[in-house]
Design a protein around this ligand. Structure first.
Ligand SMILES: [Zn+2]
Length: 121
């Protein structure tokens, strides 16, 4: 049984998601700036090997963080699209409604807790 979420609730989550989307985009831009590989001097410097290793590790960490944020951005985008369609808060897998307490915590959640657990395995 899918219960209908109140318009107010959905609107609140929409505002939250839109804010989060902006912040996430900014965060990605900041991370890209901080990536040692985006340093214009990188290719030309004769850095010692240990510097190169450090830059490599830094680059990979930044890449992993960016990937996480981009994934989040994707979820946020899907959640916003579903709000437009009117099926926000419905689990994508089992079509059950996602508890509002969960949406309060993770407004971009696309699955109910049970399905999320199964997906993580
Ligand atoms: Zn589910």
């Amino acid at each position: 049984m899918v219960k209908n979420l109140s318009k107010k609730f959905v609107l609140e989550k929409k505002e939250k998601l839109e804010k989060e989307r902006e912040q996430t985009i900014l965060q990605i831009a900041e991370l890209r700036k901080g990536d040692p590989f985006s340093d214009p001097d990188h290719a030309s410097d004769n850095a010692a090997v240990d510097t190169d290793v450090r830059e490599q590790v830094g680059h990979e960490t930044v890449e992993a963080e960016i990937k996480d944020l981009e994934k989040r951005l994707e979820y946020i985008g899907v959640a916003l699209k579903r709000m437009k369609k009117g099926d926000y808060g419905v689990c994508e897998k089992c079509n059950d409604s996602i508890p509002t307490a969960r949406l309060d915590l993770i407004p971009e959640a696309l699955y109910c807790i049970e399905c999320e657990k199964k997906l993580r395995k």
